[in-house]
Design a protein around this ligand. Structure first.
Ligand SMILES: [Zn+2]
Length: 124
C-alpha cells in the first residue's frame, strides 16, 4: 500500500523521536531502573515539529517504542526524554503496565483493554 506524503512525514517524525528515546531507555535498563521497555513510562518534554506530529498519534509512537506509557509535555525549546517506571501493574495478557489492571472483578489480573478484547472474543 502506498503511503501518502502526510504518513511518510509522520513516520519520519516518529522515528526521529525513537532515535532520541532509545539511548535513554538503554541507560535506564543499565541502571536497573527498568527491566524491559514495557516497564517504562517515557516522557518527552519540549516543543518540536516531531513532537507536535506525535501528539496526535501517541498510540503509534507508544507501539513503535514498545513502552507501556507515553506522555508529551509541550514545554521549553529543546526536546528532553525521561524514563520512569510505568505506573500501575503488569497485565498478564499483554504485558503492558496499566493503571487499570484489576478494574474488572472477573478479570483481576488483566488491563481494561484486554478485558474488552476477551469479552469481544467470547461474543464472536
Ligand atoms: Zn492487557
Amino acid at each position: 500500500m502506498e503511503r501518502t506524503e502526510a504518513e511518510r512525514t509522520l513516520w519520519k517524525h516518529l522515528f526521529e523521536l525513537r532515535e532520541l528515546a532509545l539511548p535513554e531507555l538503554e541507560k535506564a535498563r543499565q541502571a536497573k531502573a527498568i527491566g524491559k521497555a514495557l516497564e517504562a513510562k517515557l516522557t518527552f518534554a519540549g516543543t518540536s515539529p516531531a513532537l507536535a506530529a506525535a501528539g496526535a498519534h501517541l498510540d503509534a509512537l507508544r507501539e513503535l517504542l514498545n513502552v507501556s506509557q507515553l506522555e508529551i509535555k509541550p514545554r521549553g525549546e529543546a526536546v528532553a526524554v525521561s524514563v520512569n517506571k510505568a505506573a500501575g501493574e503488569k497485565c498478564e495478557r499483554c504485558w503492558h503496565w496499566e493503571t487499570d489492571v484489576g478494574s474488572h472483578p472477573e478479570h483481576p489480573t488483566i488491563c481494561a483493554r484486554c478485558v474488552k478484547a476477551v469479552q469481544e472474543g467470547l461474543r464472536t
